[in-house]
Design a protein around this ligand. Structure first.
Ligand code: ADP
Ligand code: G3P
Length: 511
């Protein structure tokens, strides 16, 4: 910490898909210190992705201790800690021992495809969409919990006996932070609950009929709370000695936290986060907008007793992970940043379009039978053209989501606020502005996910007074404006959509 950062501070934990990190922020929303640790990605079968929840809890404790030590501060300097997390990833554990009954099933995992198809046939797609805002897809947590109950021996009986707790990663981390087996709080917030497919968006409570049809007993579910309130105090684990007594005061799914950190507090304001996947979220105020264009209706945030703010979301499963695939599986680049240099060595994509439907297609298509395609190949195409096609894939997927948002909300995208690791790529950001025909802006603090969790925790304990205080902290670092002519944009978009069409139906139901 330098003298430029005067205390007190707020800390935030981001329990993400590939790593856990903790960041300490000052009152101006500036970063004081960061600590981060990756965890293992476990792939037991094609399409299956798991995490070890114990490893995650160990890492969370280490990064919190690490960030506090790097900041050179103590318990008394920290007014609250907030949590943000990878959403939908599901863990079940024994409340008497604190031991997970199985690895956590990660949001990208497709093992519940068949179960979702069966639910569609027996209960109908519409009912789930109407009550929970979500299409039936393996992405969401409820069916993952049902899979665990069906496949871990004796688990149903233990759940019936009241020994088992369900949680997404917010719930798991808060339970452990606040005492674990010694009285940890079994809670979740409205944003995380809205991704389980078990919460009714209209009542903001677990929906007993939906829970019954998916086959998840309500006794295992956590209490649903707002996103910004004190759930308990740090007492648990190694952190109890170091930071005991600090209020645990926010929880938001990571994409909702980024919406909050980008200060998208007004209806129509939209952000898009470019990491492993990409998630565009639009604040829709007090309106629950049913999507007819393939988006998710979800909860944006709820601050304490204030009314719920809803959102529309377009989720894209594969964006930054396609760059990783070019690096790790294809060996065409040696670092993620190199994709930009390679792509800049040619003028255009040479006629190639790359649709990375590696886990089917998420929004706006929701097609689990789709698989990846590179279309338009001729002998002319080089690896540099492919690098262009990889970056353009992220831009065009965003354009499809932006179109769906306009259809559903009637609001034209005025400006897109962006964040996440891929926004370091200038060519990608320019291409994005070109294909959206809208300005793209990036804030000074690119760690908007942690910042959003810190803001919510700070509001809960009166560290900040209102969202107006937070807006004042947002500062523009970079802006890209459209340069592409309309004719080129329309022609390229048509080619992209033709390539998307080629991905559909690759997996037959019997596969
Ligand atoms: N310069 C770059 N150009 C393109 N992609 C990049 C670049 N730098 C990082 N990435 C991609 O961004 C992702 C990491 O971003 P990050 O926001 O840390 O993701 P997450 O929070 O999902 O782990 C990786 O998938 C990586 O391939
Ligand atoms: O951890 P991230 O940044 O990959 O985000 C994952 C999303 O929350 C999945 O819905």
């Amino acid at each position: 910490m330098t003298d430029a950062h005067a205390g007190p501070f707020i800390a935030a934990i981001d329990q993400g898909t590939t790593s856990s990190r903790c960041i300490v922020f000052d009152r101006d929303g500036r970063i004081v210190s960061v600590d981060q640790k990756e965890h293992e990605q476990i792939f037991p079968k094609p399409g299956w992705v798991e995490h070890d929840a114990n490893e995650i809890w160990t890492n969370v404790q280490e990064v919190v201790a690490g960030a506090v030590s790097k900041a050179g501060i103590t318990r008394d300097d920290i007014k609250a800690i907030g949590i943000t997390n990878q959403r939908e990833t599901t863990v079940l554990w024994d409340k008497n021992t604190g031991r997970p009954v199985h690895n956590a099933i990660v949001w990208q995992d497709t093992r519940t495809d068949a179960l979702c198809r069966e639910l569609g046939r027996n209960v109908g797609q519409d009912r789930f969409r109407r009550e929970t805002g979500l299409p039936l897809a393996s992405y969401f947590a409820g069916p993952k919990a049902r899979w665990l109950l069906d496949n871990v021996e004796g688990l149903k009986e233990r759940a019936e006996a009241g020994d088992i707790l369900f949680g997404t990663m917010d719930t798991w981390v808060i339970w452990n932070l606040t005492g674990g087996v010694d009285g940890g709080k079994h809670v979740t917030d409205v944003t995380n609950a809205s991704r389980t497919m078990l919460m009714n968006l209209h009542t903001m409570e677990w929906d007993d009929k939906i829970c019954e049809s998916i086959g998840v007993p309500m006794e295992i579910l956590p209490e649903i709370r707002s996103s910004a309130e004190v759930y308990g105090e740090i007492t648990g684990g190694k952190l109890g000695d170091l930071l005991g007594g600090i209020p645990v005061a926010s929880a938001l799914g990571d994409q909702q936290a980024a919406l909050f950190g980008q200060t998208c507090f007004s209806e129509g304001e939209t952000k898009s986060t470019y990491g492993t996947g990409t998630f565009m979220v639009m604040n829709t105020g007090d309106k629950i907008i049913n999507s007819y264009a393939g988006l998710l209706t979800t909860v944006g945030y709820k601050i304490g007793e204030q009314p719920t703010v809803y959102a529309l979301e377009g989720s894209i499963a594969v964006t930054g992970s396609l760059v990783q695939w070019m690096r790790d599986q294809m060996g065409l680049i040696s670092t993620a940043a190199e994709i930009e240099t390679l792509a800049l060595s040619v003028e255009d994509n040479g006629g190639a379009y790359f649709v990375p439907a590696f886990s089917g297609l998420f929004a706006p298509h929701w097609r689990s039978d789709a698989r990846g395609v590179i279309a338009g190949l001729t002998r002319y195409v080089t690896k540099a053209h492919l690098a262009r096609a990889v970056l353009e894939a992220t831009a065009w997927q965003t354009r499809e989501i932006a179109d769906a948002m306009t259809k559903d909300s009637g609001v034209e995208l005025a400006t897109l606020k962006v964040d996440g690791g891929m926004t370091a790529n200038n060519l990608l950001m320019q291409t994005l502005s070109d294909v959206l025909d809208a300005p793209v802006v990036r804030p000074m603090v690119a760690e908007t996910t942690c910042l959003g969790a810190a803001y919510a925790a700070g509001l809960a304990v009166g560290f900040w007074n209102s969202t107006d205080d937070l807006r004042a902290n947002w500062r523009r670092a970079a802006e890209w404006t459209p340069r592409m002519d309309a004719e080129t944009r329309d022609r390229e978009y048509k080619s992209w959509l033709k390539a998307v069409d080629r991905t559909m139906g690759w997996i037959a139901e019997e596969d």
